[in-house]
Unconditional design. Structure first.
Lengths: 294, 378
C-alpha cells in the first residue's frame, strides 16, 4: 500500500495551461499518474495533449471524478486556488507553488480545518508526493524512486528528498510513498500527519524523515515518534552549520532567537530512538541497516 | 524584511497608532537641524536591524542641542552587533510612567497568530518569558476570525496593566492586529508601549518584519532599498540567486535549498569552512551557473569551489554542458570540484571527463568532493 496517493487517484492540474503546469502535468502522466483534467476559466473546453480543460475544479470533478488537485498557480492566486479545490470536492490538494505569503497559508490552513476537515493539503512550496509505480504528483523525478516499499519517506526539502530516494534506489530499497511537505512556515501536511499515516500503512516497515533548521516541526515529530511510532525511523536534519538569523533559501529555514537549531532537533530525534545521520548519505546507510534487519 | 524603527513607526502611523513626531537623518548636522525643528528634549536613536541598541549606547536622551550634537557624533558609525550605524531617528522625548510590551507574530506550531502582552516592558521578551512567564498574557488569533474587540479586552485584562492604560491599550492592539494582518507582517512588536504621566498610551518603539512573499500586495521598494546586505549578497540578489555570505574559504553552488544547506554541513564535517550558501534552484543551465560562478569568484576569501548538483528532472548531461558553457564565460581563479549525481549522472560525468584537470576535478560522492574541495582551500 501507499499513503495519500495511489493508482486510483485521479488528478486535476490547476494551471495545466501554464508552462510549469503543462510541463509537470505531462511528465506526471508519462509516469503513469491518472491525469484526468486541467483547469483554466478562460480555456474551458480546450485540451492539453488530450487532457480536457475545465473552467473550475468543481466542473472537473463533476466530469471526471477527480479526487486530487495539483496547483501550479502563481503565488498571488494560491489562496483562491486552494479554496476552489476544496469547494470543488477533491480529497487531496497538492500546492507546488513557492513564495505564498505566510498569512495566506495560515488563513487557508485554518479555513480548511474548519470547513473541509476531510480535505488534505500538501504544501505550499513542496515538491509533491510520489507512490512509486503507482502515481507521481508534482515535480519529483519519478525514475529515481524504486517501487514497492518497505520504506516511507517524509521530507521538508525537495532536493534532499530526491537524494534520499536515489540513495535508497542505489541500495535497491523500495519506497511506498515519498511525501515532500515543503519548507514553508505553515505546511498543510506536517511530519506528524505523515508519520501517523506511515505507522498505519501495513506495507511501510520503516520511515526516513528529512528535516531542516527553523521552527519546531522536528521536535514535535520526535515527541510523536516516541509515543506513537513503533516502526524504525532514520533521519537527517540539514543546516547544522547555518548561521543564526539568516534564511537558508526556504522561508521556514531560519534559526532565530537560539531556536530551531539542527543540534536541538537531532537531539530530540535521538531521544525518541531515531537513527540520526550527519549527512544524507549517512541517513541512507542507516536506513539500509534498518531494512537489512527487518 | 526588517524595517528600521522609524519605518516601523511610519507603518504603524498609517493604521492610526500614536507615535512621536521625529525625523530620520544621516549626518550630525541634519540631526541638529531636526532637533531644532522638533524642539528639545529629544531622543537620538540608532537605526539598525538588530536588538540591544540601548546597551550598546545607541539610544540617548538629549536635553539640549549640544547634547544632540554630542550623541549624534558618538552614535553615527557605532558598531552594534556588527551593524554599523548609518541612520539616526531624532524623536521628541516622552515622559514615561510605565513600560509595557506588545506584539503579534505567527505561531508556527499552533498555526495561529500569537499576540503577547506584558506589563513588564522595556526588556527583551525572551528574558521575561524565561524568568517570569506568568507576566505575559497570550492570545492565539485564528486568522479566519481575526481579532474582535471583546476578545482583545479579555486579553488585555489578563495582563494586569495599570487601569488607566486599559482603554488606550485595547485601541492600540486592535490597530496593531490590523497593521500586522493587512500589512502581511511576520512580526509587529512594540517594546516599550508606554503609559505617560498624563494617562496616554503611546508607541515608543517599533520592530516590524514584513513578509517579502507578499510583495505583490504591497509596495516594499522603500524598505528593500534600506536592507543591509553585504556586497556579495547584493550582487547575488540582483541575479536572482538565493545567497547567504559566510566567512569560510570553500565556495558552494548547489541546486535546492536543502542540498545547499547539506553541502555546508558536509564541508564542515570534513574540516573545511564554507564561504557561502548558494541555491541555484532546480535547473543548472549555463546562464544560472555562470551567474553563480561570477558571484563566488568575486569573493576574495574563496580558495576552492564545490559545485554540488543532484539531477532530478534536469538530466546529468544538461548539467554538465551548463557547467562547461559557464566556465567558458567566466574566468575562474579557484579550482572547482564537481559532484554530479542523480538522473543520467553517468552521461553527465562522461561529458565532463575529457575536460578534467587540476582546476576542474570531479568526485562521485558528496563527502569525497567536500574533502577534496576543503583540502584545496587549505
Amino acid at each position: 500500500m501507499s499513503i495519500f496517493l495511489d493508482e486510483n487517484s485521479k488528478v486535476v492540474y490547476q494551471g495545466l495551461t501554464g508552462s510549469q503546469g503543462r510541463y509537470y502535468g505531462l511528465l506526471n502522466r508519462e509516469y503513469g499518474t491518472n491525469v484526468v483534467a486541467g483547469t483554466n476559466p478562460k480555456k474551458a473546453g480546450t485540451d492539453v495533449e488530450g487532457i480536457p480543460v475545465y473552467a473550475t475544479v468543481g466542473d472537473a470533478v463533476e466530469a471526471t471524478g477527480a479526487n486530487v488537485s495539483c496547483i501550479f498557480i502563481p503565488a498571488a492566486g494560491v489562496k483562491s486556488a486552494v479554496m476552489e479545490a476544496a469547494e470543488g470536492g477533491v480529497e487531496l490538494i497538492v500546492a507546488i507553488t513557492e513564495g505564498v505569503p505566510a498569512h495566506d497559508e495560515a488563513w487557508f490552513f485554518n479555513k480548511l480545518q474548519r470547513d473541509y476537515p476531510n480535505v488534505r493539503l500538501l504544501g505550499p512550496n513542496c515538491p509533491g508526493l510520489i507512490s512509486p509505480g503507482k502515481a507521481n504528483v508534482g515535480i519529483t523525478a519519478g525514475h529515481i524512486a524504486k517501487a514497492g516499499g518497505p520504506v516511507g519517506i517524509v521530507s521538508r526539502s525537495g532536493t534532499l528528498t530526491y537524494q534520499a530516494l536515489y540513495e535508497l534506489q542505489q541500495k535497491d530499497i523500495g519506497v511506498t510513498t515519498c511525501v515532500g511537505i515543503g519548507g514553508d512556515p505553515v505546511p498543510g501536511t506536517s511530519f506528524i500527519d505523515c508519520l501517523a499515516a506511515f505507522e498505519a500503512d501495513p506495507d511501510t516497515k520503516a520511515i526516513m524523515m528529512i528535516g531542516e533548521i527553523g521552527g519546531s516541526a522536528e521536535e514535535e515529530a520526535a515527541a510523536f515518534i516516541k509515543d506513537h511510532v513503533t516502526k524504525p525511523v532514520s533521519s537527517y536534519v540539514a543546516g547544522v552549520t547555518a548561521p543564526p538569523g539568516k534564511k537558508m533559501g526556504h522561508a521556514g529555514a531560519i534559526v532565530s532567537g537560539g531556536k530551531g537549531t539542527a543540534d536541538a532537533k537531532m537531539e530530540a530525534l535521538r531521544d525518541a530512538g531515531v537513527k540520526v545521520g550527519l549527512n544524507p548519505t549517512e541517513a541512507g546507510e542507516l536506513m539500509a541497516e534498518i531494512v537489512a534487519g527487518l | 524584511m526588517d524595517l528600521f524603527e522609524y519605518q516601523g513607526k511610519q507603518f504603524f502611523a498609517q493604521y492610526g497608532m500614536p507615535v512621536s513626531p521625529g525625523e530620520a537623518v544621516q549626518t550630525v548636522d541634519d540631526a541638529v537641524a531636526a532637533a531644532e525643528r522638533l524642539g528639545t528634549p529629544v531622543m537620538v536613536k540608532a537605526q539598525v536591524h538588530t536588538g540591544g541598541r540601548g546597551k550598546a549606547g545607541g539610544v540617548k536622551f538629549a536635553a539640549s542641542i549640544d547634547d544632540v550634537r554630542e550623541h549624534a557624533t558618538n552614535i553615527l558609525g557605532l558598531d552594534i552587533n556588527g551593524h554599523i550605524v548609518e541612520n539616526l531617528w531624532i524623536e521628541v522625548a516622552s515622559d514615561i510612567a510605565e513600560e509595557y510590551y506588545a506584539s503579534f507574530t505567527l505561531d508556527r506550531a499552533a498555526k495561529k497568530h500569537l499576540g503577547m502582552l506584558s506589563a513588564e516592558g522595556g526588556v527583551e521578551i525572551e528574558t521575561v518569558a524565561a524568568e517570569t512567564p506568568d507576566l505575559i498574557s497570550k492570545i492565539w488569533v485564528d486568522p479566519v476570525d481575526g481579532l474582535t474587540e471583546e476578545v482583545c479586552r479579555e486579553w488585555v485584562a489578563g495582563a494586569n496593566l495599570n487601569p488607566d492604560a486599559v482603554e488606550g491599550t485595547v485601541d492600540i492592539l486592535m490597530k496593531l492586529y490590523t497593521a500586522y494582518s493587512d500589512g502581511d507582517a511576520d512580526l509587529c512588536e512594540i517594546n516599550p508601549l508606554i503609559l505617560t504621566p498624563e494617562g496616554k498610551v503611546h508607541v515608543l518603539d517599533a520592530k516590524v518584519t514584513l513578509d517579502g512573499n507578499a510583495d505583490f500586495r504591497h509596495d516594499l521598494d522603500e524598505y528593500d532599498a534600506t536592507q543591509k546586505r553585504d556586497e556579495r549578497e547584493a550582487a547575488a540578489h540582483a541575479k536572482g540567486l538565493q545567497y547567504v555570505g559566510l566567512d569560510g574559504t570553500v565556495g558552494v553552488i548547489a541546486n535546492g535549498a536543502g542540498l545547499a544547506m547539506s553541502t555546508l554541513d558536509v564541508i564542515n564535517q570534513v574540516g573545511g569552512s564554507p564561504a557561502n550558501f548558494l541555491d541555484i534552484g532546480g535547473g543548472a543551465n549555463a546562464d544560472v551557473m555562470s551567474g553563480a560562478l561570477e558571484v563566488i569568484n568575486d569573493d576574495p576569501n574563496v580558495k576552492s569551489i564545490f559545485i554540488n548538483i543532484f539531477g532530478g528532472i534536469t538530466r546529468g548531461e544538461e548539467v554538465a554542458n551548463g557547467i562547461l558553457e559557464a566556465m567558458k564565460r567566466v574566468t575562474i581563479d579557484s579550482p572547482i570540484v564537481i559532484r554530479l549525481d542523480g538522473t543520467n549522472a553517468e552521461e553527465g560525468r562522461a561529458i565532463l571527463a575529457p575536460e578534467l584537470n587540476d582546476m576542474l576535478r570531479m568526485e562521485t560522492t558528496m563527502l569525497d568532493a567536500a574533502r577534496v574541495a576543503s583540502d584545496l582551500a587549505k
